[in-house]
Design a protein around this ligand. Sequence first.
Ligand code: KE4
Length: 423
Amino acid sequence: MLERSRSQAAFERAQRVLPGGVNSPARAFEAVGGNPLVIESGSGARIRDIDGNEYIDLVLSWGPLIRGHAHPAVLAELQQAAARGTSFGAPCEAETRLAELVVERVPSVELVRFVNSGTEATMSAVRLARGVTGRDAILKFAGCWHGHADSFLIAAGSSALSLGTPDSPGVPSDFARHTLVAPYNDAEAVAALLAKHEVAAVIVEPVAGNMGCIPPAEGFLEALRALCDRHGSCLIFDEVITGFRVAPGGAQERYGVEPDLTTLGKTIGGGLPVGAFGGGRKWMENISPLGMRVSQAGTLSGNPLAMAAGHATLADLVAADYTRLEAIGAQLAEGLKEAPVPVQVQRVGSMMTLFFSDVPVLDLETSSASDGKRFATWHRAMLERGVYLPPSPFEAFFVSLAHTPEDIDAILAAHREAVGELA
Ligand code: KE4
């Protein structure tokens, strides 16, 4: 067992002043047991805990660090920006520069508004869709996570074709009834719901990353596009994970399907707090102070630091980088398939998940049926061997441009030993 006494003591101290010792429940290690590590630093593909143990990092702060930790170019931009002041609450050129990059690379985006988290982005996009269409209902997919705004904390009701029910205390049932829920990859369920309800927006992770990595079934995204066109609903691609990760223009470029609105986060801030939503002028020219003036605001939206970190992260990403991410991702995924028990390794580009399942994982039902106990055993065994994975079977993990083929070999060597504990 690795020495972790300082982490243990620091986490106990955190628990005295932070609920559960964390500022986000995803970090709490509930699904895998044990206590979270308290991290001191990161560099490239590695992080170090406060006991000095080093790990190859496959969480990368849940996706933002596509260039790895503490990338010199990002730090340089950040330091220069900070030296000029951290925030002005007024227009600055840094936000225009990053907006121009988003508009240039994301096929469906003509105008973009920056916010401070993915949750703010999805919440604002849904309000815009409701404002422009004049409709209340939205449709989401069981197992997709769009952040913690009330309208999304909704589980599928008794059958997949039912009205939503709150998935968290504190969400009024009046909110829940406006959220319809369908199984992921089930276009027929969507067709049935849109035929029955006036729906403002269909919001989808074009590659699911929050019930583990689940690619869209053949024709699924195209079907959503056609159904939204037919019923006058806004199609929202939540690309907070996939944006700038699975292709330069995100999943909409990779799969060739353009949504009406796109939400972004994570990579576009290079590890600083950020989110964004954007789309065609028909929609975005109704966000306050324009058009219908759909309300949306934020003190630190577009702040110079996050804009500088995001621009430094994305500006020089070229096709060859995505080719490298694809190759590193493939090398890891292929090796992870070696196991003495049934596994499904599901990957899109540099995001993937290893499910302990003997059937492909297509939706929340098959994801939930995967073996969580085996995942917990594997996670612990990998952590002991210096590989830092997300502490839940319902997350994607990532490689970055800082991960080398040798790092992948080291991860796979740890994997071969770790799965030995499962036999
Ligand atoms: P944030 O509010 O956490 O910045 O973004 C919410 C969000 C929206 N959409 C998608 C597709 C997302 O994946 C997320 C947040 N992702 C989770 C884990 N997959 C972040 C980790 C956490 O909640 O601590």
